[in-house]
Design a protein around this ligand. Sequence first.
Ligand SMILES: Cc1cc2nc3c(=O)[nH]c(=O)nc-3n(C[C@H](O)[C@H](O)[C@H](O)COP(=O)(O)OP(=O)(O)OC[C@H]3O[C@@H](n4cnc5c(N)ncnc54)[C@H](O)[C@@H]3O)c2cc1C
Length: 419
Amino acid sequence: MLAEKYSIVSVVAQALRGQRGWKPVWREPEPRAEYDVVIVGGGGHGLATAWYLASQHGITSVAVLEKGYLGSGNVGRNTTIVRSNYLLPGNIPFYEHSLKLWEGLERDINYNAMVSQRGVLNLFHSDAQRDAYARRGNAMRLHGVDAELLDRDAVRRLYPFFDYDNARFPIQGGLLQPRGGTVRHDAVAWGYARAADRRGVDLIQNCEVTGIRVEGGRAVGVETGRGVIRARKIGLACAGNSSRVAAMAGLRLPIESHVLQAFVSEGIKPLVDGVVTFGAGHFYMSQSDKGGLVFGGDIDGYNSYAQRGNLPVVEDVCEGGMALMPGIGRLRLLRQWGGLMDMSMDGSPIIDRTPVEGLYLNAGWCYGGFKATPASGWCFAHLIARDAPHPVATAFRLDRFATGHLIDEKGAGAQPNLH
Ligand SMILES: Cc1cc2nc3c(=O)[nH]c(=O)nc-3n(C[C@H](O)[C@H](O)[C@H](O)COP(=O)(O)OP(=O)(O)OC[C@H]3O[C@@H](n4cnc5c(N)ncnc54)[C@H](O)[C@@H]3O)c2cc1C
């Protein structure tokens, strides 16, 4: 069954039929005994990988196995920010490739993902921080990425309601990436799922992978709650659970799992029209189309597989918000939730082959993997299809922790909870 093409014509036609003719967005197939490629994890990265395997490499004998429902993980739990404002050469080309794919995504997958390039502004509060941000902005511009260093008056013109004279954290200016912004997160999962399904990819929900079959050093299939599924190649894209799933093939990953929380306030009139990060603590925010302020902060700081957070971090995040924008104190918190982060040892991801032949790894996205979704899927599909890394992802090697070629964007050292 082919889903219809969404267009103004189909919207009008459905309206005339009383909205009763819409078809399911994807099929619910039974798993086959064997596929060319099995992707473990139906989050953003797994679904994007399946779509690009089909659309860019013509590989359609693909199954995406998801233990819950599609998009039930971090792709539906994040704060929707996309940007490419990185410093290091290993990162900038990859994230810029991702931002370019975001810019064309809706046409590519025929789905409204509400891509909104409303600008991402990182505030700085000291001379040293301004120098660091200027350096990062220069690195971005050298790579052809948009970046503007704003002084305090320019920031004040954009956001007059911030506390500029806060005694501890006075705002001195900010680094703006105008092309950064937000994308409706669960629409990304649904859009990639629908597009991949249209090309014949089987999306199997409620299908937990419980084992990886390895014969003679080669991965040949997975054990699931719905039987054994054999595959020529297996890609792991199970953020937050990467270590557990990789352990099924005898691998120990340089990754810790941590909780990250997010928050939404009650709806208010349009106030914050971009994405803003506080530079003196861990707090960032944007405003959703429903009017709620969407904000978040630091990870909870201890290893966990629980998708819920602790109260001290709630307090810490709200304190950051109050220091930046005291008016936020009059808002009520509507919702709060947590997701599981694969925190790698240098804060950067892994897209690579593993020592087990036929087993490929996409992991370690820390709390910044949503923005990477298109490029991650693009590069992982390239790696699986061609057995060679994509040129913009060559730095994301698994063996860099042994060879010392780390991509430590923050300079925090081998301390996963600090990245
Ligand atoms: C609160 C919060 C805020 C965030 N904010 C941002 C942000 O603003 N910008 C940004 O860029 N990033 C952000 N992130 C990070 C981003 O969401 C993640 O890095 C990214 O979504 C991870 O990739 P994914 O979408 O494939 O993960 P997921 O959606 O988590 O997909 C992995 C899937 O694997 C499945 N799975 C696990 N084990 C198995 C198994 N054994 N068998 C079958 N399936 C399995 C899971 O159920 C899950 O659906 C945030 C994350 C959180 C939690």
